[in-house]
Design a protein around this ligand. Sequence first.
Ligand SMILES: [Zn+2]
Length: 228
Amino acid sequence: MVFSISTTTVIGAVSRKRASTRTVQDGFTLAELLVVVTTIAILASILLPALSKAKATTKRASCTSNLRQVGLAIRMYADDHRDSSPSLPQPNPFGGKVQVFYKELVKGYVGLIGLSSANDKVFACPADAVYHKEPGQDFSSYRFNGPDYGYFLANVRSPAKAVLVGELTAFIGNSWHAPQIQNLSNALNTVTFVDGHVSYVRIFREGSNEPRWSEPPASYDYQWLWSR
Ligand SMILES: [Zn+2]
């Protein structure tokens, strides 16, 4: 009979249940804590490298997009200047080389007006934490490859190999995107070529010279000289 259960029996059952619940909860909490901590550590070790790789890929994609636009800006400048690459006015109002101050000549083609600043995102590689903030670099991560007096783009013999503009690190032998190999030959850098394509290329380095002073062997995908 259902109604024959005594009060003592019910209280006893509830107490046992409480005791048993408390025991299970105490054990569960400790074990679960260890499991959770271990699981988080394992997940972190799996996910963090993947996340940092994804972040690096995003930065490189953004840099490629920037350099494509800067290359187009130089091309548009040339279209307006009888096919000449950026050429410093004489007297030179910038007090420096065209490799840096080409930006003053072409930035209007990507919608930048007024004084240069670190906010000029098209000229800032997201992996560069230093140079695009420097007035001495005209707030640019990218350097133009050419003489102060310009050259005719149509005369370039190997437009798919001749560097038009590239990350500053390509010229000096470092890499913002693959810093583990900086200061060695084959530093990886993003550059725009005279034909307009953008590529992530290995940069040749001869001894301790900065790469810009050496033409690479034919096996490399770029060259500095536009006249070869
Ligand atoms: Zn970059």
